[in-house]
Design a binder for this molecule. Sequence first.
Ligand code: S3P
Length: 163
Amino acid sequence: MKGIYLIGFMGSGKSTVGKALSRKLGVSYADTDKFIEEEKDMEIKDMFAEYGEAYFRELETNALELLDESIISTGGGIIKKSENMKLMKERGIIVYLEISFAEVCRRLAEDSTRPLWNKNDLEDKRKLYEERLNSYEANSNYIIACDSKDVNQIVEEIEALVK
Ligand code: S3P
């Protein structure tokens, strides 16, 4: 089986779906954000505050290079670097978990762990979301509309696609 990379905006469910999918398929799983936090023994929000986004983006690319699990959940900003996209395309298939801006706002209303979401006001959040949409779409092999689906439905959809 080729690797499956899950991409999408913050709050789209990449980690939850990735874990559930790996259980269902009985294959290995990794998460770039989790890998980075464990590697540095530090939370991402503290990394951003102390060393800045560029530092985090280097670690993110490094994580992508090192991880070779069957299912890999990525951070929402993975599409910011073309080298990341190139690597994922070479190694596997890319599944975009699409959610609407309104749904992101609902899901992340109480969130305090995502610096690029928390520091922004509503208009900047919307701008970030809109800026990224094209990249997610253009760089994915499959797009799954996730707004009104539960985890099991999404897992089944991905399973059907990759079989
Ligand atoms: C980011 C998304 C986060 C995390 C970091 C930056 C982004 O991951 O990588 O806070 O730029 O969209 P999630 O997409 O899992 O929230």
